[in-house]
Design a protein around this ligand. Structure first.
Ligand code: ADP
Ligand code: MG
Length: 314
């Protein structure tokens, strides 16, 4: 027998919350939270739509994980600490196995970051998931896209391009190897860079997370900062998983324009590079300039095939 709306909420989402700052959680008309006096509230929201943000047929647990991961990534880019979330779930049928998988994927990541689910909405319709994340940051400083200066070094965490390559693996049904399995996981289970963002709070002049593609997102960071950037294409950290699966030029295209990586793109003054934490691989891929975002490869200007993804520009 399938569950009704209130059974779904009670069974899959209304869990015991261990946080003392949740004064009132799921079950009333709204949640009531207690905010530390010396911190600022930071909120963000991201929606995942079936067939748009993940391929139809994606496992429910992966959708649950990803819905939170993309939101955690936004708070990481602000240097904030994630604390609470709300969830709006639009599902076509009341399928217990699907809700069970979805909630397991969601809470797997929520528990890792001790984020409490404090409310939401459950409706019937085409599959779409919205998570709103709320966190806090010290009152004196948070990260934005706006503070980069010419001469700052441009860094990216992890291996940009792997997620888009992973989506291509899934959609092209490429044979299963350890490389294609790794790329697939990078798309389905991105690692939000929360601890890196917390470290960068006092170090980076600007930061953002890469969701639409490295170049198109760098355009936004450079634009917000009122400067330009030069990317050294030869410095892009291409992994063996990428290079074992795709031709080098395709790997470069994924790295520059792929999107879905949820890595952090950030700028730091040269003298602060030594302070970068060592637990997350970060690579210098360029430098901030006075104007224009340009790519260079083998000592020559390089025009990329594309820059990234835009929902309304297809
Ligand atoms: P209302 O009608 O007042 O908006 P609902 O009946 O929609 O409230 O929801 C009942 C309670 O369950 C509320 O506390 C709401 O925040 C919570 N809730 C509903 N759906 C979800 C969900 N998917 N995840 C977490 N909490 C939910
Ligand atoms: Mg109400």
């Amino acid at each position: 027998m399938s569950d009704g709306e209130f059974d779904i909420i009670a069974r899959y989402f209304d869990r015991h919350v261990a946080r003392e700052d949740v004064l009132l959680g799921i079950g009333d008309d709204a949640a009531v939270l207690s905010l530390p006096a010396n911190r600022r509230l930071v909120i963000a929201m991201d929606t995942l739509v079936d067939g748009v943000h993940f391929p139809k047929g994606t496992a429910a647990a992966d959708i649950g994980y990803r819905a939170l991961a993309v939101n955690l990534s936004d708070l990481a880019a602000m240097g904030a600490q994630p604390e609470w979330m709300t969830l709006s779930l639009c599902a076509p049928v009341s399928d217990p196995a699907w809700f069970d998988g979805f909630s397991r994927g969601l809470f797997e990541l929520a528990d890792r970051y001790q984020v409490a689910l404090v409310g939401g909405d459950t409706v019937k319709g085409p599959l779409a998931v919205t998570v709103q994340i709320a966190g806090t940051v010290e009152a004196d400083r948070w990260l934005t896209r706006a503070g980069a200066r010419p001469g700052d070094l441009l860094f990216v965490s992890g291996v940009p391009g792997e997620a888009a390559a992973g989506l291509a693996v899934i959609q092209g049904s490429l044979p299963v190897t350890s490389a294609t399995r790794h790329l697939r996981q990078r798309f389905l289970r991105p690692e939000p860079r929360v601890s890196l963002g917390r470290c960068l709070r006092n170090m980076a002049t600007a930061a953002m997370d890469v969701s639409d593609g490295l170049l198109t997102d760098l355009d936004k960071l450079a634009g917000a900062s009122g400067c330009g950037a030069r990317i050294d294409v030869d410095a892009l950290p291409l992994s063996s998983a990428l290079l074992d699966t795709f031709a080098r030029d395709a790997c470069i295209d994924y790295a520059l324009a792929g999107g879905d990586d949820y890595e952090l793109l950030f700028t730091i003054p040269p003298q602060r590079v030594v302070e970068l934490p060592s637990d997350v691989a970060c690579t210098q891929i360029g430098v901030m300039t006075e104007r224009e975002v340009q790519c260079w490869r083998d000592g020559n200007p390089f025009v990329p095939r594309r820059r990234g993804y835009d929902h309304f520009d297809m």
